[in-house]
Design a protein around this ligand. Structure first.
Ligand code: PBG
Length: 323
């Protein structure tokens, strides 16, 4: 009797290795870090809903990143938390703001590290929204100029790439124009092109101290029910000059990643967000799943679906496992 014998290629680790279709590399992984403006540069505070992740003072961050680089860290993305917040989020573009200082310090210590910055106002505004607010409304066009200034200030501090995550319309074009006129025509933009209004950002908002003080982000972030809208967002960002595109969150949106992998030839990133991290950590801490198996399974799945790059809070840990 002849029938398909799939097991022939699963018999030994060697054979499985030979026919493995998707492999994670250290170059695929981007570790997010939260840097706090503090009096004590060695400040470190664990984030309760994200076991293993911390808010860092500047010197502590540099120390931590150094250790991660010894393990093979290639790239990181920074989220700054300023001491003071105001209605326009002015610390976002302050020349000596916490993010700008962190970029400069990291690049001084580690010129080879790829430092990406998150460009958004929500960590810097007193109301916690990603743009300027009038009454209950988040204003689109007046926000663009502030985002552009923020991106330019990150570039001046030495960032290797900027990643606008605010979901205002027209922001990629505004950021591109500001970078070009500031002499940074070679600095790439990683656009959070397809960002859903997700419940999975919960722990991040504790980490970045940025929960919206009224309402939610549904007037600017995407409806999880929508697929075609992702194509429209991508088309707009490509036309405006994005160099890389991101889908966020990752695991609930693997279909979108697959669709976009086929629709664009730009590098594609996926963000395994705070809530995805928290779920795995919580289940693993209870002994309900095996952490390493599940982490590698999710990251492999995200890559298999079409991501070239993965922003994940597990990056440091995975680098440790790879050694
Ligand atoms: C800023 C931003 C957020 C995340 C990344 N950049 C929060 C939000 O949109 O509310 C979430 C990342 C995560 O949950 O890990 N706008």
């Amino acid at each position: 009797m002849t029938f398909f014998r799939g097991r022939r290629l699963r018999r030994t680790p060697t054979i499985r290795g030979l026919v493995q279709e998707t492999r994670l590399n250290r170059q695929d992984l981007i570790q997010p870090y939260f840097v706090m403006e503090t009096d004590d540069p060695y400040f470190i505070k664990p984030i309760s809903a994200m076991p293993g992740q911390n808010q860092f003072g500047l010197a502590k961050l540099v120390e931590r990143v150094g250790r991660a680089m010894d393990q093979g860290l290639f790239a990181c993305i920074l989220f700054g938390i300023p001491k003071t917040k105001d209605s326009s989020g002015s610390q976002a573009w302050a020349e000596s703001g916490i993010t700008q200082r962190a970029v400069a310090a990291l690049k001084r210590s580690y010129p080879d590290l790829c430092v990406i910055t998150d460009v958004c106002l929500c960590e810097y505004t007193s109301h916690g929204h990603c743009g300027l607010v009038s009454g209950q409304e988040v204003l689109n066009d007046p926000t663009l100029e502030l985002l552009a200034k923020t991106a330019l200030s990150h570039a001046r501090a030495g960032a290797d790439m900027v990643a606008p995550s605010d979901m205002m319309d027209g922001r990629v074009g505004a950021v591109r124009a500001a970078l070009d006129s500031g002499g940074f025509m070679d600095l790439p933009i990683l656009s959070y092109a397809v960002k859903y209004a997700s419940g999975f950002y919960g722990p991040f908002r504790e980490a970045a101290e940025s929960p919206p003080q009224f309402g939610d982000r549904k007037t600017y972030q995407m409806d999880p029910a929508n697929r075609l809208e992702a194509f429209r967002e991508v088309r707009a960002d490509v036309e405006e000059g994005a160099d890389l595109l991101m889908v966020k969150p990752a695991l609930p949106y693997l279909d979108i990643l697959r669709d976009l992998r086929e629709a664009t030839d730009l590098p594609l990133a996926a963000y395994q967000v705070s809530g995805e991290y928290a779920m795995i950590k919580a289940a693993a801490q209870n002994g309900w799943i095996d952490e390493q198996t599940v982490v590698l399974e999710t990251l492999t799945g995200i890559k298999r679906a079409g991501a070239d790059l993965i922003l994940t809070y597990f990056a440091e840990q995975v680098l440790g496992w790879m050694q």
